[in-house]
Ligand binder design. Structure first.
Ligand SMILES: [Zn+2]
Length: 231
């Protein structure tokens, strides 16, 4: 618009100059011709100058426009860059969020794995403790069984020994008693009989002709016990 206005103004000024030249047409043609020539030259000069100026102006304005457009473009580009940067930042932030979420998930997984491992270790420890307790119990049971077996064996052995001792003692006592009896117990013998009696008047035996001897002596002499008084 500015250029068009400038062009109109230049055109109008040229017309005014031309009209003024026409209006001041003199009586003599030569003078008028010279004046016309000069005016034409002037106008042409003016027009050329104005054209040059307008061209310069237009080029300047074009340059300005171009620079403005370039500025706008650069601004738009910078805006786009800013928006791109913002979007990149946003995407990076999202990526970092995702990464953090994934890392937190992995941490949770690792934590759960560690917890389960710790639980398994505790369980194995408890199992080994129980196993050791059971083993010690079994060993104690075996030891107690062995001890009771040994005790019973010792008891039976002691009982057997005691029994044998008692038997031998009884046997020795019986033997000694028998020997004592043989030596101390007195029996009655008769003149004609071959038996020994524990009383002088047994059966048909005559007490006046009977006498006493120790049992061992009677046995050693071949006498036998009387069936009536020795039963
Ligand atoms: Zn008798």
């Amino acid at each position: 618009m500015k250029h068009q206005k400038k062009r109109c103004l230049v055109f109008l000024s040229a017309l005014i100059i031309a009209l003024s030249a026409c209006g001041s047409q003199p009586s003599s043609q030569s003078a008028s011709q010279t004046t016309e020539y000069t005016t034409e030259q002037k106008t042409t000069k003016n027009t050329t100058q104005s054209k040059e100026t307008t061209e310069e102006e237009t080029t300047q304005s074009k340059k300005e426009i171009a620079s403005k457009k370039a500025k706008e473009k650069s601004i738009a580009a910078s805006k786009e860059e800013a928006s791109e940067k913002a979007s990149i930042k946003a995407s990076k932030a999202e990526e970092s969020k995702k990464a953090s979420i994934e890392s937190s998930k992995e941490e949770e997984k690792q934590a759960s794995i560690a917890q389960s491992q710790a639980e398994a270790q505790q369980a194995s420890i408890a199992a080994s403790q129980q196993a050791s307790v059971a083993q010690s119990q079994a060993e104690a049971q075996q030891a107690s069984i062995a001890a009771s077996q040994q005790a019973s064996a010792a008891q039976s052995q002691a009982e057997a020994e005691a029994a044998s001792i008692a038997a031998s003692q009884q046997a020795s006592i019986a033997q000694s008693q028998a020997q004592q009896n043989n030596q101390t117990q007195m029996v009655w013998l008769t003149k004609t009989g071959s038996k020994y009696h524990n009383k002088p008047n047994c059966g048909n035996s005559n007490p006046d002709t009977s006498w006493q001897v120790p049992l061992g002596q009677a046995q050693a002499s071949g006498y036998e016990p009387c069936k009536n008084c020795f039963r």
